[in-house]
Design a protein around this ligand. Structure first.
Ligand code: GCV
Length: 696
């Protein structure tokens, strides 16, 4: 009996230890710490200020018993929801500014960053997540479970307490990194979204998101007037159509007085749009903008347009939108993907940035890893987004970076905004892969401050997500450099993150190769993909153009001349094989297999070494992670370990598929110091094609 009791006690202790040590990832970077006492002084009362107080009580890591004074007053040095902080004060123009200041203060306390009084203004006014969520709860390009907002079935529109709880957690997470908008449904929009039941649910979501400063927006289908309004047309210049939208928008604002506006994918990839009625993008966008204007609503009009004609897909958006520059209303903003094709592992910036001078333009980034290994591959995206934001467009002289041409500092625009296609879903850890959380975090941090470095963001995220410490005092900088955790976990894991995007590029599409996936899943390799029946620009052959002479898409004057869309001196730099950055070489040039690159080796050899280096990097990541084991809870450790194994196998498949396939054209040997392929090309062609063939 005694023995049994002892055994039970032992089991309970072990279970307690395991459960207290396990971490399902749901808390992301907002881990609970042992808070110290703080006295909050403020005259203001509001739902947002209630959240502020609660966050401070739950998370204060500053001096025990401190007094923190919150002041809301007009200060011209602060823009919109910007703030000033010291260890004992937060000042802002708005309640939301105070909330953002609190999150910043708590973040600094936890990451050991010194707090001196500084002005902290957002880079972009609107920092918006785009959810590609469908009314039935599925998510286009979602890899973390079903939608947080929509579900399938009989009671799909009923709002439950658990819905509200989840939306509140979601709102808090976003506010903690400054995200202030959510588009709740897919850009491939269902017209249902504008019907009464769905709008009621949008209202319920908006009520939960509001005190956290997260505005709601929806994507609309341009042909809604005909599809659900009973009209015979959706022509944007038709009087009945205009009236229909006016009434619909009035109905929306009655439900949601601070509704943000519409996101629109029109005349794009088969979606209806103004061009169906012989009208322009400006006609379509302006009609909606006029109807939204009285309520301060905006239109985010996407420029993701391309047709199956003979023109290089990379040129089409510029060709359509530049002639319309200056024709859009001031509450329209053109939403442009970072690159001219489609969120590829590496792209040059879209030439529309800087080229639209009289029209507001906003970057669209993709947080969900559609083309970067879904939620299986570890890819920290800050370096990719920084490369994009820091790219010089030269449109207004040297230093006209993408960031400056979109944040309002170069061009006089009423709205500034940035969006990211969300990677969230109902998975317990929200994003499928623990490290994919860092990309959600990064999007918010860069949207708030595009000058932050990838290193700094990674540093913050690792400390907040994995740190075992409660840091004592915000006024003295805790020394993270001299403990085991920092040396054995923080530093190597951070380095792994910083190297991870380039590793994916190396084993998938080095030197500017792009869009060589097998089929529409956009996951595995398919450089051979090019059936007759499929539209040319949805095949891999269109993009890599490998032949016996070489490989790559000639976008210079001897080819599609897409380089004409870039400003000098960049244009000349890109056109010349010798000066084109090597990481974009095959994006802009068709290059002979035996072309000697800067390191003196041929293009073919370089391709082989790059593919191999990508695989090797993943194997290094596995070692780093295994060595990190003592410092991570078991749940997250094993999840990441298993995903890295999968990534390693996938990287090998990418390397073998691409080298064996391209070798059929180059007829050159894989350098003999490299490990030989492990797969047969014919087997790979069959296995990677098992996925649906509706390729884009
Ligand atoms: C939402 C790519 C993706 C589509 C996506 C489209 C877009 O084509 O594969 O899933 O559709 O981009 O951004 O509109």
């Amino acid at each position: 009996m005694n023995f049994l009791k002892q055994a039970i006690t032992l089991i309970s202790i072990v279970l307690f230890f395991i459960s207290s040590h396990s971490q399902n990832g749901h808390d992301l970077w907002l881990q609970n710490k042992n808070p110290k006492t703080v006295h909050v002084v403020t005259a203001k009362q509001s739902p947002t200020i209630d959240i502020v107080k609660n966050e401070l009580l739950k998370g204060w890591q500053g001096t025990e018993g401190s007094t923190l004074t919150l002041t809301i007053k007009k200060d011209r040095s602060l823009h919109r929801d910007g703030f000033k902080i010291t260890p004992t004060t937060i000042q802002a123009n708005t309640d939301l500014g105070i909330l953002y200041g609190v999150y910043e203060l708590l973040r600094r306390q936890q990451t050991g960053i010194y707090i001196n009084e500084n002005i902290n203004n957002p880079s972009y006014d609107r920092r918006v997540l785009n959810h590609w969520d469908n009314p039935n709860g599925s998510i286009e390009r979602g890899y973390a479970g079903k939608s947080l907002f929509w579900r399938y079935g009989k009671d799909s529109l009923a709002v439950t307490e658990s819905d509200r709880k989840l939306w509140q957690e979601y709102a808090r997470i976003n506010a903690s990194v400054g995200i202030n908008g959510s588009v709740l449904n897919n850009v491939n929009a269902s017209p249902m979204m504008l019907t009464a039941g769905y709008l009621e649910r949008v209202k319920a979501i908006a009520e939960v998101l509001r005190p956290y400063g997260v505005k709601t927006y929806i994507s609309i289908k341009f042909s809604s007037p005909s599809l659900i309004g009973g009209l015979s047309t959706s022509d944007p210049l038709d009087a009945d159509v205009i009236k229909w939208w006016n009434n619909k928008i009035k109905e929306i604002y009655k439900l949601i007085p601070d509704f943000g506006g519409f996101l629109v994918k029109a005349s794009s990839e088969g979606q209806p749009g103004p061009q169906d009625y012989g009208r322009t993008h400006a006609d379509g966008a302006n009609m909606l903008a006029d109807a939204l204007k009285p309520y301060n609503g905006i239109v985010m009009w996407r420029a993701f347009v391309y047709s199956a004609n003979d023109e290089d897909r990379a040129k089409q958006a510029y060709n359509e939108f530049v002639p319309l520059d200056g024709q859009f209303r001031d509450n329209v903003i053109i939403q442009v993907k970072n690159g001219p094709i489609d969120f590829q592992p590496r792209e040059p910036f879209s030439p529309l940035f800087g080229a639209l001078k009289k029209t507001a333009i906003m970057p669209e980034l993709q947080i969900t890893q559609e083309y970067l290994g879904h939620s299986i591959h570890l890819a920290y995206l800050a370096p990719m987004w920084k490369e994009f934001l820091d790219s010089d467009t030269y449109q207004e002289g040297k230093g006209s970076t993408v960031a400056k041409s979109t944040d309002g500092s170069l061009f006089n625009q009423k709205i500034s905004a940035i969006s990211g296609v969300a990677n969230t879903g109902l998975d317990t850890n929200w994003t499928g892969h623990t490290f994919a959380q860092s990309n959600w975090y990064t999007f918010g941090r860069l949207a708030w401050n595009h000058e932050l470095s990838s290193e700094q963001i990674a540093d913050e995220w690792v400390k907040l997500t994995f740190s075992p410490f409660d840091l004592a005092n915000s006024q003295t900088k805790p020394d993270f450099s001299k403990n085991d955790w920092s040396n054995n976990f923080l530093q190597p894991v951070k380095q792994m993150m910083l190297d991870s995007h380039e590793a994916v590029v190396d084993y998938m599409m080095p030197f500017g190769l792009h869009h060589i996936f097998s089929a529409n899943a956009h996951y595995g390799p398919g450089p051979w993909y090019g059936p007759e029946r499929v539209r040319k620009d949805w095949t891999s052959l269109y993009y890599h153009k490998a032949d016996s002479l070489g490989i790559g898409f000639d976008r210079t004057t001897t080819g599609s001349n897409a380089i004409i869309q870039y400003e000098e001196p960049l244009r000349s730099q890109l056109s010349n094989l010798e000066t084109c950055p090597e990481n974009l070489l095959l994006w802009f040039h068709h290059v002979p297999w035996d072309y000697k690159m800067k390191n003196g080796k041929t293009l073919w050899d370089n391709l082989a070494y790059r593919y191999d280096a990508g695989v090797k990097k993943v194997r290094e990541f596995q070692k780093i992670w295994d060595m990190a084991k003592p410092y991570v809870d078991s749940e997250r450790f094993y999840e990441v370990q298993s995903k890295l194994r999968n990534q390693n196998r996938n990287a090998q498949v990418w390397k073998d598929a691409c080298l064996l396939y391209f070798q059929e054209f180059s007829n050159m040997p894989i350098p003999y110091d490299l490990e030989r392929p492990m797969h047969d090309l014919e087997d790979l062609k069959i296995s990677t094609m098992k996925r649906p063939l509706d390729y884009k």
